[in-house]
Structures are given as C-alpha cells and as structure tokens.
Write a protein that binds this ligand. Structure first.
Ligand SMILES: Cc1cc2nc3c(=O)[nH]c(=O)nc-3n(C[C@H](O)[C@H](O)[C@H](O)COP(=O)(O)OP(=O)(O)OC[C@H]3O[C@@H](n4cnc5c(N)ncnc54)[C@H](O)[C@@H]3O)c2cc1C
Length: 337
C-alpha cells in the first residue's frame, strides 16, 4: 500500500487471495482511516509469554489458556509506552499510553473471574502504567476514585514504569529497571502508524496523519484522516474515530456545496467516553473532557453501566450489527441522565 498526495493516487494490492498485482487508484479526496499497527511485535517475549485482548485471536488464546493452563499465579495487566508524534501538541495533549481503557476493563473482570473460580481475587492482580496516572486521559476526578475503589478491593497498582522492556516466563520487566511478577501477563502495546504512512508530507514525525480539528490535512486540502491513523486522535479511542469520521463527512459536504460553512467549520470537541465491564453484571462508565480542558467529568459504577456495555456489544457484534445512528445513542443518553 502507498499514498502519493502530490499525484493524488493510492497504490494497493487486493488481498482476498495472494498473488494479486499492485493497482493504482486516482482520487479527488482521500480519507486515511486505516487504524494503527498494534506493536506487539516490539515487545520482547510477547509471542512466548504474553496475552492480550485486542482481537479475537488473542481473545480466543486467553479463553483457552485460563481453564487449561493457568495455575493460579499472580497476574500483571498494563500498557507499553505510546510514542506520540510531536507535531500536534498545539491541538491535543501528550499521552504516555495510547489507550488505557482496555487495561482498566481487563483488570476488573479478571479480579472477579479469579474470585468466582476459586483463584483468589483482585489481590492477585497488579495493574501497571508507563505514566504518572493510569488512564490519565479520563481526568483525575474520574481516575482517582476509580483507583481508590480498585485499591480498596485489593488490586495492586504500579506507575511510572516508563515502558515494557520484556515479558519473561516470570513476569513483566520495565524500562525503569523494575519488574512485576506475573504468571498471566496481559499487555497492551504501543499504537504505531502503519509503515507506509511514515515520511509522507501529510504525516507527523511518527507517521500519524496530520490534520486540523476538522480532520483535514493542513497541507493537502483533499486529504483527510480520522480514527487511530490521525495524529490528533489521542488517546486512540473509538468515540474519537467516530467524531473524526463525522468531521470528514461534513468537510467533504462543504467542498461539494452540500453543507454550509457555519454547519461544517466546527472543530471537533474531544471527549472521553468509555464503558467497561467489571464482572458480576456490573460496569463502569466514564465520561470526561477535562484532559482536553473541559469541565465534564462523570464516573458511574453498577448495573446500569453494565447494561449499556451489553447494548454496545449487541450493536457492534450482534447479527446485522452496525453503528447505531440514533436510537441506541439516545438510550445511552437517557441512561446516563
Ligand atoms: C482492547 C481494546 C479496547 C478498546 N476499548 C475502547 C472503548 O471502550 N472505547 C473506545 O472508544 N475505544 C476503545 N478502543 C479503541 C478503538 O477500538 C479504536 O480507537 C477504534 O477501533 C479505531 O477505529 P479506526 O477505524 O481508526 O481503526 P480500526 O478499527 O483499527 O479500523 C481500521 C481498518 O483499516 C483496515 N486497514 C488497515 N490497514 C489497511 C490497508 N493497508 N489497506 C486496507 N485496509 C486497511 C483494517 O483492517 C481495519 O478494518 C479499544 C481498543 C482496544 C484494542
């Protein structure tokens, strides 16, 4: 795959069956929405000793591992360091990890699973973060009570690990020289830009696509980016990907004369919205924009957030699932209010 913003072409290889030649497509507009490369391949020892839950392959590995191989030892859950580009600092803050909802969402149900499967409980789980505070992008008013509750339940917490250096049979070794003993190592990697996006005139110093807060590239006005591939999408979150896609739609509608500048030239106002499963039919719902300078900050825990999470699951993974355009979002809003 390659992209030439000067020639306005994309080269691609159809990959349904191996063997296809490279094809070239001319474009009037291009929207880079190819997500990110999840850098498990950068973590020494991950293939041999690591687990994760970012896709069905790793999910299925864990589903088999827990009942068949897990011996009841300590559990480590956390993230590698995110290497964010430096060229959008005027637009978004800098994050130490790409997406720390997943570790939060993994640690809580794991503690519950240990409890309900005779394996101890949360006290076996150590959660670690490369930064000052786990899930700092959710805002301290949300994260602090969440970490306090987790601590009171018995979870251990380690911060400032800087990065994952290696995963070994015995645990996780960190870049700051410390380590955590763990039989089960659940990790989330660095989110990196795909290699074909590096060193393009539309990319930042890490290969993420530069845009303004309306998802348009500042140098090539017919280039757009949204989701994990965009430099401003920090942290790498689905809700921000969705906002980016809507901004792209508005901007192209503006260009082709189908929407007015007043309706389209509106900066995305990022907000973090995460709903996590906690196990035991309970969930936690975080809604905050304080990391971006806003005032919204809410943390709810209990059965209703769990119901919301299950509705998400139904929307995305159920038969004929697709992103809801109105009804479900209205339901979520009703439940939140
Ligand atoms: C475990 C986990 C939990 C998460 N939980 C949450 C959460 O609770 N809330 C939240 O908001 N976000 C969450 N996220 C983040 C969210 O999943 C991502 O931010 C979101 O999926 C990004 O959307 P995207 O469309 O940019 O990228 P993706 O969803 O990765 O889609 C990119 C698409 O591009 C395709 N592609 C890639 N390269 C090429 C190529 N060369 N040619 C053609 N196609 C290509 C891929 O196959 C893929 O279909 C979570 C992420 C993980 C890993």
């Amino acid at each position: 795959m390659s992209l030439d913003p000067e020639g306005q072409t994309v080269e691609f290889v159809p990959n349904e069956r191996p063997g296809s030649p490279v094809e070239t497509l001319y474009y009037d507009y291009v929207v880079v929405a190819v997500g990110a490369h999840l850098g498990y391949d950068q973590i020494e020892g991950f293939a041999e000793y690591g687990h994760s839950l970012s896709d069905t392959y790793y999910g299925e590995n864990l589903r088999r591992y827990l009942p068949e191989d897990y011996q009841g030892g300590p559990v480590g859950v956390g993230s590698a360091r995110f290497h964010q580009g430096t060229m959008s600092r005027n637009l978004v803050p800098t994050a130490e990890s790409a997406c720390e909802g997943p570790p939060v969402e993994v640690m809580l149900p794991l503690g519950y699973w240990l409890e309900t499967h005779g394996g101890g409980g949360p006290e076996k789980v150590t959660v670690f973060t490369p930064g000052e505070t786990m899930a700092e992008d959710a805002g301290l008013a949300v994260v602090k009570p969440l970490l306090d509750i987790a601590g009171s339940l018995g979870y251990h917490y380690v911060n400032h690990t800087e990065d994952i250096k290696a995963i070994t049979q015995d645990g996780v070794e960190f870049a700051n020289g410390t380590s955590v003993e763990a039989e089960l190592k659940m990790v989330f990697p660095d989110w990196q830009a795909h290699s074909f996006l590096h060193d393009l005139p539309i990319s930042d110093d890490r290969g993420f696509i530069l845009t303004n807060m309306m998802a348009r590239n500042p140098r090539y006005s017919n280039v757009f980016a949204c989701g994990d591939a965009a430099a401003v999408t920090v942290p790498k979150l689905g809700i921000l990907a969705h906002m980016g896609a809507e901004a792209v739609g508005r901007q192209i509608a503006l260009d082709v004369g189908r929407m007015s500048p007043e309706k389209t030239n509106v900066n995305m106002a990022f907000v973090l919205n995460c709903i996590g499963d906690m196990g035991g039919n309970k969930g936690c719902a975080m809604n905050s924009d304080t990391w971006y300078g806003g005032k919204k900050s809410s943390l709810k825990m209990g059965h209703i957030p769990f119901l919301m999470k299950m509705q998400y699951r139904k929307c995305f993974f159920g038969p004929r699932a697709k992103y809801p355009t109105g009804g479900f979002l209205r339901l979520v809003c009703l439940l939140k209010n």
